[in-house]
Write a protein that binds this ligand. Structure first.
Ligand code: PMP
Length: 412
């Protein structure tokens, strides 16, 4: 599928790449609006995984035999694709992990060496639990204080208050690029610059940004950036941690084992250089290679084209949904967010709405979306979240809106 402009965007041709979109769920054609939880996988990426296991399955970095060398080359080529996509300066600044959760834990664990009880760690009020709990664990270990950057009713961070919280005690800042529960796009370039003014380091969780926009880690000057491949048309169980070379050099390894050593004796072990210091054990080889293929797939379509089309879907769905009486959409305005609508209908529990939509073949996410502090902020048990991808259509949105109306009439 080749598209160069909005006019040339052919969603039917793109949909043909995704076999799962042809299936029925509960007797109805699938409408998949749970893309923020995990995206679907195009045939090209599925083929890439099948090709690895059918033709060159072998362990990497250690064999002199041909298959091992082919697999190693493919894996390292995938790392270079990830490097190019995020514009990292060096391929060894890309650590291939099992995903965002692993990436964040790797950094949080390493900072136990540098953090003391005098220090403060700032985390935003709109983080996924993956970007809260590891820092709480770090604070428990070190005695450092965790402070929360507040958000407002519009689902945006209070940047003035963030700036006022920064002091010479601040050592680390954690914020997501895009909120998974609300879709808000945070002004991370500004947040990064302000963090650096007090000499602190910053990790940006890019899990929800990566499907919709292309982050340039050098332009952002971000210290650490994390991504999961399964949200960008790749397989589960693989992702990346980007870190600036100098920071990764001083960060201690997270796990010990094979692949991450230079030399082992019972007296002393020396560690391998980057990126292998952080890649103990046999990695998800097929997954890593397929991660590269997924980025190729999305870049062939083009992120500008993807963002423009998804925004069309978002505007259309927002307008349709707002015609339903009792609907409340949480968070940012469409122009400040990615293609996510988090909403409730007055008097209806999100779980009941999600269950009835599922009976109609429509997959949405319901609940707190692993972001309980946001739900506490709005004083609600959860929301219904419809999240769109470039392979969704306005026809599917029509079915979804009809479904919400039907469920409402059944539940009220
Ligand atoms: N951060 C954000 C913003 C997310 O949306 C998610 C996944 N829902 C994660 C972190 C965790 O990603 P993973 O489960 O792939 O490690």
């Amino acid at each position: 599928m080749q598209t160069t402009s909005k006019q040339l965007f052919n969603v039917e041709a793109i949909r043909a790449d995704f076999p799962i979109l042809n299936r029925k769920v509960n007797g109805q054609p699938l409408v998949y609006f749970d893309n923020a939880a995990t995206s679907q996988t195009p045939q090209q990426v599925i083929d890439c995984i099948v090709d690895y296991y059918s033709n060159y399955n072998a362990n990497i970095h250690r064999g002199v035999h041909s298959l091992s060398q082919i697999a190693t080359d493919a894996y390292e080529k995938a790392r270079q694709k990830v490097q190019q996509h995020f514009n990292a300066k060096h391929a060894h600044e890309i650590i291939l992990t099992s995903g965002t959760t692993h990436s964040i834990n790797l950094v949080a664990n390493g900072y136990a060496k540098f953090i003391t009880e005098e220090d403060e760690i700032l985390v935003s009020a709109m983080e996924h639990h993956s970007n809260i709990v590891p820092w709480q664990m770090l604070c428990e270990k070190t005695g450092a204080k965790l402070k929360v950057i507040p958000m407002n009713e519009n689902g945006m961070l209070e940047i003035d208050q963030f700036e006022a919280m920064l002091t010479n005690k601040t050592k680390l800042v954690f914020v997501n690029h895009v909120s998974n529960a609300l879709g808000s796009i945070n002004p991370i370039k500004h947040i990064i610059a302000k963090t650096h003014e007090v000499g602190a380091k910053i990790l940006v969780d890019g899990a929800q940004a990566a499907p919709h926009l292309k982050a340039d880690v050098q332009d952002l000057d971000v210290d650490y950036y994390t991504v999961s491949a399964h949200k960008i048309c790749g397989p589960t169980g693989v992702g990346m941690l980007y870190g600036k070379e100098a920071l990764l050099e001083e960060l201690p390894p997270y796990q010990g084992g094979g692949e991450m050593i230079a030399e082992v004796t019972f007296e002393k072990t020396t560690y391998a250089g980057l990126p292998h210091k952080f890649e103990a054990g046999t990695p998800n080889i097929a997954g890593g290679i397929a991660f590269g293929e997924a980025l190729d797939y999305m870049n062939t379509i083009g992120f500008d084209v993807i963002a423009a089309y998804e925004h069309e879907l978002l505007d259309y769905a927002t307008a349709q949904l707002n015609t339903i009486e009792g609907v409340r959409i949480f968070g940012a305005k469409p122009e400040q967010k990615t293609a996510v609508i988090s909403f409730n209908i007055e008097g209806i529990h999100p779980y009941d709405m999600g269950t009835l939509l599922d009976k109609m073949g429509i997959a949405v996410r319901t609940g707190h979306h692993c972001a309980q502090p946001i739900m506490n902020f709005y004083k609600i048990p959860g929301t219904v979240r419809a999240s769109f991808s470039f392979y969704n259509t306005k026809t599917e949105i029509d079915r979804f809106v009809e479904g919400v109306k039907k469920a409402k009439s059944m539940l009220l």
